[in-house]
Design a protein around this ligand. Sequence first.
Ligand SMILES: Nc1ncnc2c1ncn2[C@@H]1O[C@H](COP(=O)(O)OP(=O)(O)OP(=O)(O)O)[C@@H](O)[C@H]1O
Ligand SMILES: [Mg+2]
Length: 217
Amino acid sequence: MSKIITIAQQKGGSGKTTIAAHLAAGFISQGISTTIFDIDPQASLSTWFRVREEKSPELNSLLSCIAIDGNALESEIAKCDDKIIIIDSPPHIQNDARYAIRAADLVIIPVQPSPTDLWATRATVEICGQENVDFKIALNRVTVNSKIGLAIRKVFENSMPNNILKNQLGNRVNFASTMLDGQTALEQSYTSASGEADAMVEEVLEILNRKKLKKAA
Ligand SMILES: Nc1ncnc2c1ncn2[C@@H]1O[C@H](COP(=O)(O)OP(=O)(O)OP(=O)(O)O)[C@@H](O)[C@H]1O
Ligand SMILES: [Mg+2]
């Protein structure tokens, strides 16, 4: 049975797809078979995967990607026997995003350090509460040592200290540029971006390893 991570955030452009790809690359680099379900009609993550298949198919021995409607999730999840499933969900909390949250063992909510991103996060957090699913905030695109980055982290540390990842991603070109070639920062030589992604992968894996499977609980 797979452990399921859903990446959700109603705010568009918060980094859902970027984080989904980097988590997937980190997991497979550790020999953990992973399937991505792309339920976003924009199909960004499945397009990334297609480019990857074209340019470096050897990278995909442990990775699969399926673009599906959110309402097909349950049956597709039942068929999957990879260790981890990552669901990349669309912006705006419609039914599809709710199905994806409901199915998850862990929801990752990317948040950029801005007031509007902070305020938009509440809707996703509320759905996690309604669906009784554990979630973690992942700060993304943080300008190193910026006041706003520290301030937004503090808001979450004060209001939900158990729900914010210690590791965050900076605002770094490598997170975007590597994806253009169907790769991630983790699959190129060491950079600040790969160091940050690696640390986030480790933290998420630790959380996941401590978790009982939802369906087994
Ligand atoms: N840490 C980062 N550093 C630099 N650029 C980033 C970072 N994270 C994301 N981006 C860029 O920000 C833009 C939005 O990221 P992404 O597509 O991952 O967000 P999203 O939440 O999936 O968007 P959508 O809501 O439209 O699905 C992209 O151009 C991506 O390359
Ligand atoms: Mg996306």
